[in-house]
Design a protein around this ligand. Structure first.
Ligand SMILES: *Cc1c(COP(=O)(O)O)cnc(C)c1O
Length: 341
């Protein structure tokens, strides 16, 4: 096989472009633990402004960014309401409970990724010594690639205000929602107190997330970040990648969405395969468990890298072009033609 592999496991597998590496190499740096790194400071100021928030904090990862947010919103014995399949609950090692002494209250998500308001309402605990103190609602956008309807977010936010709860957005892929909806980041973030944005997903940096929120919140979060081991020194090298991505890799997310749409179109109608999506840069395919191994083998033999299971998620990104998508479609069509009957 002489074609290079096409890796659709996640939009985290991107390599920095030559231009991004050049921006990183040219970064003006200082010791960020002293607050001395001009490039980190520039990235933080820019992200805060874009999100319509007072302040921002550069973070090594989205997981740490969410954890710092949860630990700043909630104290020991407090509770946050979160989707059953949300990243902060399901995919972050239980950090809020383990390291934050925060009780998660997971709630079944609706198919569109929202958490129904009646379920949120029912989950808020009374002020009574039997219960954890409910403090926060955490949403995710995009949620498994889906853009959360903004009208729902506004309603959830109004409910939260009325109940005295804060609102956090896990916006690991919020720029996909920005591009897909044509809204601004500030508009999408406005119902929230805080938002965590990943630079290392579709934006294509090697490392980094940014937590945005009110100034006093970010000051408190700064202490948690240090305690969690997230105080970095000449981090401007990484922040420069983030600034480069904000300049060059936001609008191009539309290409990833178009590639996901082409992929969904090419796979739909194949007998034996159920296609869900496109959802921004993701397409999901379901197939019977007995057919998983054969499907995985066909993809592997053709140089397609994917996490194959009864549900397989294909994620488009900077390092997958249209030719790679067409190759994947051909491989899947060929596989099902060979294995039909
Ligand atoms: C990737 C991701 C995170 C965490 O980011 P890491 O940088 O991998 O720690 C958080 N939330 C969502 C929705 C994600 O997809």
């Amino acid at each position: 096989m002489n074609e290079s592999p096409v890796d659709l496991r996640s939009d985290t597998v991107t390599r920095p472009t030559k231009a991004m590496l050049a921006a990183m190499a040219a970064a003006d740096v200082g010791d960020d633990v002293y607050g001395d790194d001009p490039t980190v400071n520039r990235l933080q100021a820019r992200m805060a402004e874009m999100a319509g928030m007072e302040a921002a904090l550069f973070m090594p990862s989205g997981t740490q960014s969410n954890l710092v947010a949860l630990m700043t919103h909630c104290a020991r014995g407090d509770e946050y309401l979160v989707g059953q399949t949300a990243h902060t609950y399901k995919y972050e090692g239980g950090g809020a409970a383990v390291l934050g002494s925060i009780q998660p209250q997971p709630i079944e998500n609706a198919p569109d990724g929202s958490i129904p308001l009646d379920k949120l309402r029912a989950a808020v605990k009374p002020h009574d010594s039997h219960f954890a103190r409910t403090r926060l609602i955490a949403l995710e956008n995009t949620m498994h690639g889906q853009v959360i309807p903004q009208r729902y977010v506004e309603e959830a936010s109004a409910f939260a205000r009325g109940a005295g709860l804060a609102m956090h957005l896990d916006g690991a892929r919020v720029f996909n929602a920005v591009v897909a909806s044509g809204s601004s980041l500030a508009a999408i973030c406005s119902p929230f107190d805080t938002v965590s944005v990943c630079l290392s997903k579709g934006l294509g940096t090697p490392v980094g997330s940014v937590l945005c929120g009110p100034r006093d919140f970010i000051e408190q979060g700064h202490r948690w970040r240090k305690m969690l081991g997230g105080g970095l020194r000449q981090a401007g090298i990484l922040a420069a990648a983030g600034l480069h991505a904000l300049d060059h890799h936001v609008e191009r997310l539309a290409d990833d969405h178009a590639n996901a749409a082409r992929l969904a179109e090419g796979l739909r109608g194949i007998d034996g395969l159920a296609v869900r999506g496109p959802f921004t840069n993701m397409v999901f395919v379901d197939l019977p468990a007995a057919r998983v191994d054969g499907f995985a083998r066909s993809l592997r033999d053709a140089g397609i890298v994917a996490s194959v299971g009864p549900t397989t998620r294909f994620v488009t990104h900077l390092d997958v072009d249209r030719a790679g998508i067409e190759r994947l479609i051909d491989v899947v069509q060929g596989h099902f033609m060979r294995t039909a009957a």
